[in-house]
Ligand binder design. Structure first.
Ligand code: BV8
Length: 247
């Protein structure tokens, strides 16, 4: 394997914050959103990924997530070398390693990442629109589902963050960004906020090095001090090896 030796290695006790997007899961077989042929080329986000869409046509939203959740649960969908490299970094880096993923798939969890935030929620939970009760859920959802906490029928929704909704654990994320030594952005196009704004937060608040590992320059590419372009299963393991060799 080639090694990507970062020009600036963070101090051994430095916190590393890693933002991931759909690109890190692409080589595991899951679609991205904005690549050619991606999810948003087949359906409008306004029709399936907003609270208004769910109020207007809940069964259409359920069908969209049921189809993606079923694909996500297929036997051939497994964590890839990029997911595993981040687990190795978390285990061997002396400082804190925090993965903040925009992805609702559970590939980081299944690879073994422990210090992990799903800022846009996850496929594997459902939430009651009326009382906010959250339950584990890996099967299809429909308007006939009844909330086991409040008894409301038809209000169970995927526990994901739709456009116009507040992402999860934002205070914890901003705390970590404001005091990190390295901010790594992997597999995201930099189109969705507030995640796309994290690199600017780091540049403003932390004496941190910033690097982007993506297939191609993201919308925020000019904000990163370092960039490596290529498939995540190649760039991420190589970058992790470079960090660990700097210890
Ligand atoms: C918020 C849900 C306030 C689950 C997602 C009007 C009203 C309200 C808000 C807004 C508004 N106008 C704009 C906004 C803000 C809005 C937004 O950003 N809109 C965009 C479209 C302009 N954001 C919001 O609404 C957010 N909430 O703003 O609340 C607030 C503000 C500040 C602080 C707190 C609160 C909520 C956004 C969350 C929406 N939910 N998902 C689901 O269905 O999945 S977003 C969706 O996009 C996914 O989560 C996805 O992860 C995310 C980002 O996409 P990417 O991951 O980057 O994927 P993409 O396909 O775009 O790119 C893939 C990249 O990978 C590419 O660059 C490609 O080159 C690369 N790649 C491909 N293959 C590989 C690879 N890289 C490496 N290796 C490979 N093999």
């Amino acid at each position: 394997m080639n090694i990507l030796t970062p020009p600036v290695s963070p101090p051994r006790d430095g916190r590393i914050v890693i933002l991931t997007g759909a690109g890190i899961s692409k080589e595991s077989g899951l679609e991205t959103f904005r690549d050619a042929g991606g999810i948003w080329s087949k359906v409008r986000l306004e029709d399936v990924a907003t609270p208004e869409a769910f109020a207007r046509d809940p069964e259409r939203c359920h069908a969209f997530y049921n189809m993606r959740r079923a694909r996500h649960g297929a036997a051939d969908i497994q964590p890839n070398a990029a997911h595993h490299a981040l687990v190795k970094l978390e285990a061997q880096w002396p400082g804190e390693v925090l993965v903040v993923t925009q992805n609702v798939d559970t590939l980081h969890d299944r690879a073994g990442s422990k210090n992990l935030i799903h800022m846009h929620g996850t496929y594997n939970q459902a939430r009651c629109n009326r009382c906010e009760h959250v339950i584990p859920n890996t099967g299809d959802l429909s308007t006939s589902d009844v909330c086991t906490a409040c008894g409301e029928a038809g209000g169970m929704r995927p526990n994901v963050v739709w456009f116009g909704e507040m992402p999860m654990e934002m205070a914890r994320i901003y705390d970590a960004l404001s005091d990190c030594a390295l901010f790594l952005s992997i597999g995201t196009s930099g189109n969705v906020y507030p995640a796309a704004g994290f690199v600017a937060v780091v540049r403003k608040h932390a004496a941190a090095h910033t690097a982007e590992l993506n297939l191609e320059p993201s919308a925020g590419a000019t904000l990163f001090a370092e960039a490596h372009y290529g498939p995540a299963t190649e760039t991420v393991p190589a970058y992790v090896e470079g960090l660990l060799q700097s210890l």
